[in-house]
Design a protein around this ligand. Structure first.
Ligand SMILES: NC(=O)C1=CN([C@@H]2O[C@H](COP(=O)(O)OP(=O)(O)OC[C@H]3O[C@@H](n4cnc5c(N)ncnc54)[C@H](O)[C@@H]3O)[C@@H](O)[C@H]2O)[C@@H](O)CC1
Ligand SMILES: [K+]
Length: 509
């Protein structure tokens, strides 16, 4: 798990590195520039040209150091300096001066051309960018975009110039990088989309800032998940276990025309390793749900129409001796559904995963969440999240971290906000970013499988938020492994359920 910082916290960490750990800024810059040169070298071969584009701040200073290392190792370097030379930071001045013995003079960008095979080092702006680049800065970015379109490779110093360090939203224009070498810590804008895509291959390198230099911020931390985190929460199975050891999931899902949603959620639970899975659903669809997976047991709900208070007793009966409830995929929703959910959750003390129409029901009365006896996980996609919060989807997508964190804290739940770079926000304010998954998953049923999978992990005794981020990571990894063999376009949700076996094999579980 890697800590992810905002620009302000990164600045504070830089300062602490000097003040508390004796690592002055020029030394950090020297290390940064050296890593940058290494990454640039990796992209090119000795026959080619390296164009290093430096801006007015310390990001430009990193570029100047990289230019020196590239030149010293015998490579052809063209240096570009954008902005007023007199306004360079003292560290950058020093590094510009250090290039004089090599006669490495800055060239006007208009006289430079980078082609296929060349490598461009983008050191125009880093974490200090505060507004849209304009004038000569915008022009320099346009040049870099053109060079990349012509086949040159781009290595960004710290962050692609033009990308907002905190939001992950690009200003216009913004550099698109093949590799981004970031210094000390990951930054928020690099791990959220569209920033993550603009960064290309993102690498965080150690420039001598110790982890302790970033002071913890209780209730506001952001972490990037890594595979070892997810793998580590699931213990290998002991040989003296039986189906009772792995929990019983009750899936409340499905309706006429949507029996598949219940089946996919149940499949997610089965492939997620649950010992037993029961689906409670309207009588008329029980058999068709079971037809998809003979391993599943059915619990017919005899009433008709939308789920309402008349279903309370049958559901309480169904929930007895179950370890977790998964509620929502394809349920028939009506006016009373929210009341039913409120009653059910207030009387059952096991964890509950709420998805799909259970979320739309709860959105009409969020007090239901506070009444829940057991821990609750919500798994909205942005449209459902918009209904839960009243925040328009477009605005929500620009503040995913903040909106999910606020919701999880306020309603004391674990919130999984789906979409590229799914977020898992826990009620203590910690947010986790999931790096797995791919656009092949943009197809119906993926969420149903996820809800079942989360249920299975909770049934096996994982706690929150671990169960949530483990499930989200594994779900995306299953899709990534499938897509590596079969491509994106044809991926369907049941593939991801089946593909869970590839994840468990990979993790030796
Ligand atoms: N101790 C440190 O602070 C270290 C900083 N490092 C590098 O320094 C970077 C941060 O340096 P800075 O804070 O100097 O910031 P930047 O180098 O990102 O650039 C900001 C500079 O550009 C100006 N600026 C901001 N937006 C602009 C716009 N739209 N148009 C024109 N000018 C604009 C600012 O006024 C400032 O002078 C990091 O990203 C990293 O690359 C590394 O050298 C490691 C050590
Ligand atoms: K940059």
């Amino acid at each position: 798990m890697r800590r992810v910082l905002t620009a302000a916290r990164m600045r504070a960490a830089d300062q602490a590195a000097e003040a508390r750990f004796g690592m002055p800024s020029p030394l950090l810059m020297e290390n940064a520039g050296r890593w940058l040169a290494d990454a640039a070298r990796e992209l090119g071969t000795t026959a080619l040209r390296y164009v290093v584009v430096c801006g007015p701040g310390n990001n430009g200073g990193d570029g100047l150091v990289a230019a020196r290392f590239l030149h010293i190792s015998g490579l052809r370097v063209t240096l570009v300096l954008v902005g007023d030379r007199a306004k360079l930071t003292p560290e950058s001045q020093r590094n510009l001066h250090a290039l004089e013995p090599y006669k490495l003079q800055p060239q006007p960008i208009g006289s430079v051309e980078a082609r296929a095979g060349d490598v461009v080092v983008d050191a125009l702006f880093g974490t200090g960018l505060t507004r849209a680049p304009a004038g000569e800065f915008a022009e320099a970015i346009q040049h870099m975009l053109r060079w990349r379109a012509a086949g040159a490779k781009v290595v960004a110093a710290d962050i692609p110039s033009g990308l907002h360090t905190d939001t992950g939203e690009p200003f216009t224009p913004c550099v698109e990088a093949d590799i981004t070498v970031t210094f000390g810590f990951y930054k928020q804008g690099q791990v959220l989309e569209p920033g993550a895509t603009l960064c290309g291959d993102l690498r965080c390198v150690d420039i001598g800032i110790p982890p302790e230099a970033a002071t913890p911020q209780e209730g506001r931390e952001l972490f990037l998940l890594e595979e070892a985190d997810a793998r580590g929460t699931i213990a290998p199975r002991r040989s003296d276990t039986h189906k009772g050891s792995y929990g019983h999931v009750l899936v409340v899902a499905g309706s006429h025309g949507k029996s598949g949603a219940a089946a996919m959620s149940a499949l997610g639970a089965l492939r997620g390793g649950a010992g037993l899975v029961t689906v409670a659903t309207r009588s008329e669809v029980v058999e068709s749900v079971l037809g998809h997976a003979p391993e599943v047991m059915g619990w017919p709900l005899e009433n008709r129409g939308p789920l309402g208070m008349a279903d309370l007793e049958p559901l309480l009966e169904a929930a007895a001796k179950k370890d977790v409830l998964v509620i929502g995929p394809g349920i028939p929703r009506g006016d009373e559904t929210v009341k039913l959910l409120g009653e059910l959750l207030s009387r059952v003390d096991v964890p509950a995963v709420l998805d799909a129409d259970a979320l739309n029901a709860v959105a009409t009365d969020l007090e239901v969440l506070r009444r829940a006896k057991g821990p609750v996980v919500l798994t909205p996609h942005p449209g459902e999240m918009s209904r839960l919060t009243g925040v328009p989807t477009k605005d929500l997508q620009k503040a995913r971290v903040e909106v999910s964190r606020d919701f999880a804290r306020t309603h004391e739940v674990t919130l999984v906000l789906k979409g590229a770079r799914t977020l898992i926000a826990h009620q203590d304010g910690t947010v986790y970013v999931n790096p797995t998954g791919n656009p092949g998953m943009a197809t119906g049923g993926m969420g149903d499988v996820l809800s079942g999978l989360l249920g299975a992990l909770l049934a096996q005794g994982l706690k929150l938020p671990e169960a949530a981020w483990t499930g989200v990571y594994a779900h995306g990894l299953s899709a990534d492994l499938m897509v590596a063999r079969r491509g994106r376009m044809g991926l369907i949700a049941t593939d991801v359920a089946k593909g869970m076996c590839n994840v468990w094999t990979r993790w030796n579980r």
